[in-house]
Design a protein around this ligand. Structure first.
Ligand code: C2E
Ligand code: SIN
Ligand code: SIN
Ligand code: FE
Ligand code: FE
Length: 413
């Protein structure tokens, strides 16, 4: 175990790192990973407060993770429960109280809360010790609950959570709460902005952009692991990409509804108008102030380029959207950006976007079956898409389908 001073230094450094993160899903992953390192425990979950309910939002479990093949991710479903005294997490949120329980199966019957063994029964896991901490922002609002499970000693045996470490974990949980509230706000504002612009059917928009963001983040992570990108760079880029990818089609704000929401096939002329959306989107990030702006711009302008160079808009001027003089083809169009001339981020989002378009109902098409979608993407490796990224994408099919279930379209819910 760390000395107190080392532990204090660590939680302060973690606070700084969390403040820099943009995306709420990435942040929850980081929060739980670090909380589990601080307390040396096997598993944990994060619940978020939503009105009078707790939403089970994220979980980790080392024992179950180790039972999976390398690279496979633990799939879980979210659920809600009331914020009241009956459950352990509910009690912690309701009373803004920390519960440090040595053995959840030996709770005093006189307590208002009890342990729900459903998860243990379903998964053959055994929950022993449990530390449940409200996540409180500076203004005193409880935004969620951090639940840590099965503290381990040096031999991997389950023990009680150490009371002496609680002040550090509390400090950490409250710093995490502030960061999480801000990241939730970022996601909320982006979704609100996109829905105000009424891109496509407003019902569908939030789910589509969330899925494209999440698929892109997963593709990048698998690619980065294959390329042995250092973990801190991986986390940093994945966090930015999760947010930037959501904005890939913001340029559609500039397209007339008659085209955007047309029930049938577009005419050639309408399709040409539609093809200006990458440029319009890129203009919105033109005074790129941050790394996030730069990445968002690369994605907006580049997500319809193709590996074989036949995509759009190609080499155009950012001043007027016209083909660059030395990159103009005889037919008057701009030369496309082939292969790695389009940035990695754009090549990733291109795959995520088409995967989602083919899998979903659109005003102009029915959804395809998953087998057909994967077959189409595989067939388009090397022509439309970066072949290496398609290989990576095919290798994470289960994770991708898990994301689909997390963000269903309104009509399928
Ligand atoms: P989107 O609906 O998000 O589709 C994104 C991309 O997915 C499309 O880019 C295309 O590469 C792919 N995609 C979608 N449906 C199909 C399909 O049935 N077959 C194949 N092979 N690929 C498909 P694209 O073509 O550049 O279109 C960009 C945007 O233009 C689309 O975004 C959509 O908003 C609009 N659009 C394209 N075609 C039509 C159409 O026929 N009717 C209408 N109303 N909109 C269209
Ligand atoms: C939000 O509205 O802030 C989040 C919605 C979502 O993640 O689906
Ligand atoms: C469409 O027009 O529906 C899509 C055209 C394509 O990229 O194959
Ligand atoms: Fe697009
Ligand atoms: Fe799209």
């Amino acid at each position: 175990m760390d000395t107190e001073k080392a532990m204090l230094k660590r939680v302060i450094a973690l606070g700084q790192m969390m403040t820099e993160m943009k995306d709420t899903d990435m942040l929850m992953e980081r929060i739980l990973t670090e909380a589990r390192k601080l307390s040396n425990c096997d598993a944990g979950s994060i619940y978020k407060c939503e009105g009078k309910e707790l939403l089970f939002s994220y979980t980790q479990n080392d024992t179950q993770q180790k039972a999976l093949p390398l690279g496979k991710k633990l799939l879980y479903s979210t659920f809600r429960m009331p914020i009241d005294e009956k459950s352990i997490a509910g009690f912690a949120a309701y009373h803004n109280a920390t519960l440090n329980i040595d053995d959840v199966y030996k709770l005093d019957k006189s307590l208002p809360y009890s342990f729900n063994p459903t998860f243990d029964l379903q998964t053959d896991y055994h929950t022993g010790s449990m530390l449940t901490i409200p996540m409180k922002t500076t203004s005193g609002k409880v935004i969620g609950v951090l639940q840590l499970i099965n503290a381990l000693d040096a031999d991997g045996k389950v023990i009680a959570f150490n009371e002496e470490e609680l002040p550090f974990i509390h400090y950490f949980a409250n710093t995490a709460a502030v960061a999480l509230e801000r990241a939730d706000m970022t996601r909320h504002i982006i979704l609100r902005m996109i829905s105000m612009a009424e891109l496509r059917d407003p019902k569908e928009t939030g789910a589509h952009v969330n899925r494209v963001g999440a698929y892109s983040a997963e593709i990048y992570e698998a690619w980065a692991q294959k390329h042995e990108i250092p973990e801190t760079d991986l986390q940093h880029n994945k966090d930015l990409l999760r947010v930037a990818a959501m904005l890939h089609d913001v340029g559609k704000v500039g397209i007339a509804d008659a085209i955007l929401k047309k029930p049938g096939k577009l005419s050639d002329e309408e399709y040409d108008t539609m093809k200006t959306h990458p440029y319009i989107g890129a203009l919105l990030f033109n005074d790129s102030a941050s790394e996030l702006d730069t990445m968002s711009q690369e994605i907006a302008i580049g997500h319809h380029e193709r590996w074989d160079g036949c995509g759009y808009p190609g080499y155009i001027s950012m001043t007027d959207g016209k083909p660059l003089p030395d990159k103009t083809l005889p037919n008057g169009r701009a030369l496309g950006k082939a292969g790695e001339e389009a940035p990695l981020w754009a090549r990733i989002v291109a795959i995520a976007d088409v995967y989602d378009a083919l899998s979903s109902r659109r005003s102009y098409k029915e959804p395809w079956t998953q087998d057909d979608v994967f077959a189409e993407l595989e067939r388009s490796a090397g022509s439309q898409f970066d072949p290496e990224l398609i290989e990576v994408f095919l290798s994470i099919r289960e994770t991708v389908e898990g994301v689909r279930q997390k963000y269903p379209d309104a009509e399928d819910r």
